[in-house]
Design a protein around this ligand. Structure first.
Ligand SMILES: Nc1ncnc2c1ncn2[C@@H]1O[C@H](COP(=O)(O)OP(=O)(O)OP(=O)(O)O)[C@@H](O)[C@H]1O
Ligand SMILES: [Mg+2]
Length: 251
């Protein structure tokens, strides 16, 4: 799976602190990580260990305090807000636990939104094809309130993938779903990697979800302290997580 070309995303000594003085929190602490094209990485760790911060910084939604993020070969640190927004729209997809669809828009309009924001005209049939790919053919005209949670998350995934981004970030995409809908979402993500060489970085608390990834990174206290192949299985992943709750990472 490893590709020795340009990583889809790379973090170099990535550090993010919030606040100042006594209230300063180091949410990310000199993290080095490479996400190779066509690989599926899960990120796990206790609450507050820096998982969402890692995703937001790697996606260009938040800025590092120190270090560098390189998205698809482009260092983003020195970029203007405008240039970063443009890069994000064309190269990055993001899926949230809470779906974050626009309630007044139909499924098709939600999926077309990133293209419209990028002033790109969707190719005829592209939006319907994307919705069909996530198993929602025939639901183009439905509004989010007319869809189940699992269906809404699949619309959100279609929206994130429609611009064929270099990398898709997902922050607990199955966190708000029942087991069956969660499994459908995971299958969809796995297919995007296997069929389209999509790069995916997914935060999850669920060892079963993590086991569907190629690789699992374990975070504690803002640092990556270990990794396992997803093939190690849910049980070993769960043991690692239990271990992380008791790990004090040396600074
Ligand atoms: N905007 C912010 N301002 C101040 N502190 C923040 C901010 N965002 C995150 N933090 C702090 O940074 C640390 C890491 O937070 P982060 O949200 O990345 O954790 P997480 O691993 O995603 O946790 P969870 O599993 O609960 O979602 C926490 O101590 C948090 O309180
Ligand atoms: Mg989080």
């Amino acid at each position: 799976m490893t590709d020795h070309g340009t990583p889809a995303v790379e973090l170099r000594a990535a550090t993010r602190t919030y606040g100042t003085g006594e209230r300063a929190v180091t949410a990310l602490d000199r993290v080095d990580a490479r996400f190779e094209p066509g690989t599926f990485t899960a990120v796990m760790g206790p609450s507050g260990s820096g998982k969402s911060t890692l995703l937001h910084c790697a996606a260009g939604l938040d800025r590092l305090s120190n270090g560098e993020v390189v998205i698809d070969g482009v260092p983003v640190g020195g970029m203007s807000e405008r240039a970063l927004t443009r890069l994000r729209r064309s190269r990055v997809g993001f899926v949230f636990q809470a779906f974050n669809l626009v309630p007044a828009l139909t499924a098709a309009q939600n999926v077309a939104l990133p293209l419209r924001l990028a002033r790109r005209r969707p190719e005829p049939g592209a939006v319907a094809a994307m919705l069909a790919e996530v198993g929602l053919a025939g639901r183009e005209g439905h509004r989010p309130s007319e869809l189940s949670g699992g269906q809404q998350q699949r619309v959100a995934i279609a929206r994130a993938l429609v611009s064929r981004p270099a990398v898709l970030f997902a922050d607990e995409p199955t966190g708000a779903l029942d087991a069956a809908s969660g499994a459908a979402v995971l299958r969809l993500l796995r297919e995007a990697v296997d069929r389209h060489r999509q790069t995916i970085v997914m935060v999850t608390h669920d060892p079963l979800a993590a086991a569907t990834a190629d690789r699992v990174l374990f975070l504690a206290d803002g640092r990556v302290f270990d990794e396992l192949p997803g093939a190690a299985g849910a049980e070993r992943i769960a043991l690692h997580i239990a271990h992380a709750q008791h790990t004090v990472v040396a600074r």
